[in-house]
Design a protein around this ligand. Structure first.
Ligand SMILES: [Zn+2]
Length: 289
């Protein structure tokens, strides 16, 4: 039952990056940030050059080994800002023997970390990174860009209209490369659908992807599924207080093919057992017994 589990949305480094960007402004970390940017800005090659210096900073190897040793078969890793993307991509290249064939990367600008002007400042480098990987290490590119999205609940973020404008411009700039996205969407399902609708008359493939960490009603889930989006199901399914809603969601025949399992892991130490706990719970709520 738990063979070949795929973690469809996790973060390799978020905990580390938070520290780097927001709290720990130690000399080593500032040095690291500058070096990583330099590496991606310079050589036309994708091979990490001179990594020994910065890889020894922190416990990156420990982080990667936790993934490598996990019984989970495959990971779709996502990033939240330019710096997260640049470090994660380098790590996957650097620890290739640990990640080989088991990890992919999605590049995004998470709404929690968006600020005015972020597209000018970060998007060109993200797209350049995507193009570089596509050319030199295409196996590292996952099925979606991300994560991007909308959040009506968390305090202190940009107003929803600005989040929506950033998300829309991000999609407009990236969809010709890959039209799929991993969405962070909190209490904003109809806003997401409204934004996607604005692309409906565009030529080319329609926009798809996954609403990760889905949290909402059967009605919302069905509207997203009708739009062709998958739904990520994560640790929230383990909470007993929402059992009835999850049972309805998981037993709805219209949603039978919609679900992807995920941990949304973002700490240093990958929790080996979490994804299989989620899988077991999903099976039992579905009535598979
Ligand atoms: Zn996430």
């Amino acid at each position: 039952m738990t063979t070949k589990l795929i973690d469809s949305h996790c973060h390799l480094l978020l905990g580390h990056i938070w520290g780097l960007r927001y709290t720990d402004q130690s000399r080593n970390n500032l040095y690291l940030a500058r070096e990583v940017r330099k590496i991606w800005a310079s050589a036309a090659q994708v091979e990490p050059v001179g990594l020994a210096d910065w890889v020894s900073i922190g416990d990156w190897k420990f982080v990667m080994e936790r993934y490598a040793q996990s019984p989970v078969a495959f990971f779709n890793g996502y990033t939240t800002c330019r710096f997260d993307a640049q470090v994660t991509a380098l790590l996957l290249l650097c620890y290739r023997e640990l990640s080989a064939g088991r990890m992919t990367l999605g590049l995004g600008l998470h709404p929690w970390y968006c600020y005015r002007g972020i597209l000018d400042k970060e998007l060109p480098e993200l797209i350049a990174l995507y193009d570089r990987l596509k050319l030199r290490a295409p196996h590292l590119l996952g099925p979606c860009w991300g994560e991007i999205g909308l959040d009506r609940k968390r305090k202190g973020l940009l107003p929803l209209a600005e989040q929506q404008a950033i998300m829309r411009d991000f999609i407009a700039a990236t969809k010709s490369r890959c039209p799929n996205y991993s969405w962070h969407c909190v209490k904003a399902h109809s806003d997401l659908l409204a934004t996607l609708k604005t692309f409906d008359s565009d030529p080319g493939p329609s926009i798809g992807g996954v609403v990760h960490g889905f949290h909402g009603s059967v009605v919302a889930a069905c509207q997203l599924a009708e739009r062709g989006l998958k739904l990520g199901i994560g640790p929230a399914v383990l909470r007993p207080e929402q059992e009835e809603n999850w049972r309805r969601l998981l037993r709805d025949p219209a949603l039978a093919d919609s679900w992807l399992l995920e941990t949304d892991h973002d700490q240093k130490r990958y929790d080996d057992a979490l994804l299989s706990k989620i899988a077991v719970r999903v099976d039992s709520l579905r009535g598979a017994r």
